[in-house]
Design a protein. Structure first.
Lengths: 301, 366
């Protein structure tokens, strides 16, 4: 039973990171009809910017401060990369959705190639405070502190995103744009600005997701292709949750995280089934599509 | 001569030249890397054969992406099916060559119809994501090395006593393997030509242009989409068989990862989606660049370059990605699009109607 509870907890933490990655993708798709392949790149870049900043600051500042700076750096790095992508590459291709997808694929290939050339394919290590590697005893269970950090980040971002989308002017514009983009621009509202904003928000969340994934599930290690493998699961979460739906993404992220964690633990130890966790997630996707082709939460925000 | 006869003549001529390449001992010092700068050297023949294999696969992919307008990210799954089923039935189970071939295509056919039918339940972006997810699941399966069949990350070398001697991976057989790769390309070209010029081919283009209108006319697009998906999958499987014969080893990262799908996509877009010779040209240029850039990066004079130039230039993935982005931004329609526009422009000049030049390409949907 204790094992099951501990598994549930780490599954939720994994789900929280999937949510960070998927909600940005879902918003971008909902508003702009773009399948953003560069989202995995934003995650990778967030982690690399965090690593770069943290490793250039004096170690005498102490691990907790350095890690906090790394977190901020990952968010800024992801947001900056995404904003530049939208303005320089997506904007010239408005009205050509296939080309927009292709350009994000090319960008991902090129920059990941650059990272491979510059840093090599070996993993780099992010400095983290000791506390983050330890576990806390809660109700008789030893739960990793890093999982708490992922969970808190996921919940904070979900609440902030919901407040932003429902209580602010820009948020309402974005929601209206997801619902009916042509109507919003017909009313004289600048949808172009909302496009850039959605990319920046999505990129910021992706950058944070990239860093957190490295810290929580990858032993503090980052590599150039990490974001791309995470991206596949973010895609699956977005489709299961329903394209364009934030709440759908949140629910689907939890389900996917839990399914992956359970199957990995209970079935993955058998020979030739090391990847059963990943396979089961794809199977889940196929089942959901058979039952509900538009995903769990349809296509509304 | 009617245009189609002329095109067939040109195609036959090119095939004849390609078939004679193994007998041509020409030196091409600047076009080919210095280590293999003779045209019929083993290294050059291998690179050419590899480009033919991918040209065939890209042609098949063009049927689903360029002609039908469905952005599938699953072709690598069928390529890998060709590689692994053929390799496993021969190497592990020692089946006769013919049975291995039949089994390979049968598995691919079943997979394509089954998974295609599931993926085609959704359209647009969701279809793209689902095909990607299936291909990725296949990759995990292969990497997992179930029952020691695929060899996992260490790979599975093709070795079988049932394989005829002239097809084994020995260096002296490169010429035979080259012809097999060329044969595969010719067959795929013929099949894709026949299908895209047929009535079915016109329905596929109609699906790309306006699917709803087709439904209004009483034609159900689903069956046609599934047919296009299955055809392109079977062609990819044929490419997988040619690949494993040529290269001799199956490694998941080289034959089953999403990178393979993306390179096929890049080939088709570089050459020009929705055109047959565009896909072939794109694939040949892609493979040439990829292999050639690797050779250049290995040369000693290259090490003297400053780091900010050497690092990006030593990564074919970076350069190909960059070229791809520039093509998408500035050369819509790829190489074929440029040629078509030029031809249209000169035709228009003949008719003294330069203002009416169509400059858009057929691929892009609103």
């Amino acid at each position: 039973m204790n094992v099951f509870l501990a598994l549930t907890f780490s599954g939720i933490a994994l789900g929280a990171i999937y949510f960070l990655a998927a909600s940005g993708l879902s918003l971008i798709y909902g508003l702009m009809d773009i399948l953003n392949f560069a989202h995995g790149l934003f995650m990778t870049l967030g982690a690399y910017v965090a690593w770069d900043v943290a490793s250039h600051l004096p170690t005498s500042w102490g691990a907790p401060l350095l890690f906090s700076i790394a977190v901020v750096a990952s968010i800024i790095g992801g947001a900056l990369a995404a904003g530049l992508t939208e303005v320089l590459l997506i904007r010239p291709l408005y009205g050509r959705p296939v080309s927009q997808i292709l350009v994000t694929i090319g960008l991902d290939l090129a920059v990941v190639g650059l990272l491979l050339g510059g840093f090599g394919s070996n993993s780099l290590s992010i400095p983290v405070p000791l506390w983050l590697i330890e576990a806390s005893r809660v109700g008789g269970l030893d739960l990793p502190n890093s999982n708490f950090v992922a969970l808190v980040a996921g919940v904070v971002i979900l609440v902030a995103l919901e407040l932003f989308l429902h209580r602010t002017r820009y948020g309402i514009t974005i929601r209206a744009g997801v619902e009916n983009r042509d109507m919003v621009s017909a009313l004289g509202i600048n949808v172009g600005r909302a496009f850039t904003l959605v990319f920046v928000i999505g990129g910021a969340m992706a950058g944070l997701a990239g860093l957190l994934y490295a810290v929580v599930f990858s032993g503090d290690l980052i590599s150039p292709t990490q974001g791309d493998s995470l991206l596949i699961f973010a895609f699956i979460v977005v489709v299961i949750g329903g394209l364009g739906s934030i709440r759908g993404s949140a629910v689907a992220a939890l389900v996917v995280g839990l399914v992956q964690d359970y199957t990995n633990f209970y079935l993955g130890s058998h020979s030739g089934m090391a990847e059963i966790g990943n396979l089961s997630v794809v199977l889940l996707l196929a089942l959901v599509l058979e039952w509900r082709p538009r995903g769990l939460f349809g296509s509304t925000l | 001569m009617s245009p189609s006869v002329r095109r067939a003549a040109i195609a036959l001529g090119l095939v004849a030249v390609a078939a004679l390449v193994p007998f041509i001992g020409l030196h091409l010092p600047w076009i080919l890397p210095s280590t293999v700068n003779v045209v019929n050297s083993t290294g050059t023949l291998e690179v050419l054969a590899l480009s033919f294999v991918f040209a065939g696969v890209a042609l098949g992919y063009d049927v689903i992406f360029g002609y039908t307008g469905l952005l599938s990210l699953g072709p690598v799954m069928y390529f890998a099916t060709g590689v692994y089923v053929f390799d496993i039935t021969l190497t592990h189970w020692n089946w006769p060559l013919a049975s291995a071939l039949v089994a390979t295509f049968a598995v691919s056919l079943v997979l394509a119809i089954l998974l295609g039918a599931i993926a085609l339940r959704v359209s647009g972006i969701a279809f793209t994501m689902v095909t990607l997810a299936f291909a990725q699941a296949f990759y995990y399966l292969v990497e997992d090395n179930p029952h020691g069949l695929t060899g996992g990350d260490t790979g599975l070398a093709l070795y079988s006593s049932r394989l005829p001697a002239f097809l084994s991976g020995a260096v002296s057989n490169t010429r035979n393997l080259y012809w097999i790769a060329l044969g595969f390309l010719v067959v795929s070209y013929a099949v894709v030509w026949l299908v895209t010029e047929s009535e079915t081919g016109h329905v596929l283009v109609a699906i790309r242009e306006n699917e709803r209108r087709l439904e209004v006319l009483g034609i159900r697009p689903f069956r046609y989409k599934l047919a296009a998906y299955t055809l392109s999958s079977l062609v990819a499987t044929g490419g997988g068989v040619a690949y494993i014969l040529l290269i001799g080893t199956a490694v998941p990262s080289a034959v089953a990862s999403v990178t393979v799908t993306l390179s096929i996509l890049v080939m088709v877009v570089l050459g020009g989606a929705g055109t047959r010779w565009g896909a072939v040209t794109g694939a040949v240029i892609y493979v040439y660049l990829q292999q050639y850039l690797l050779k250049v990066a290995a040369e000693p004079s290259f090490a003297t370059l400053p780091a900010f130039l050497r690092v990006p230039l030593s990564q074919p993935q970076f350069l190909l990605g960059l070229i791809f982005v520039l093509f998408v931004l500035f050369v819509p329609g790829g190489i074929a699009g440029v040629v078509t526009r030029r031809r249209l422009r000169s035709a228009a000049r003949l008719f003294d109607a330069t203002s009416a030049v169509p400059t858009t390409i057929p691929m892009e949907e609103p």
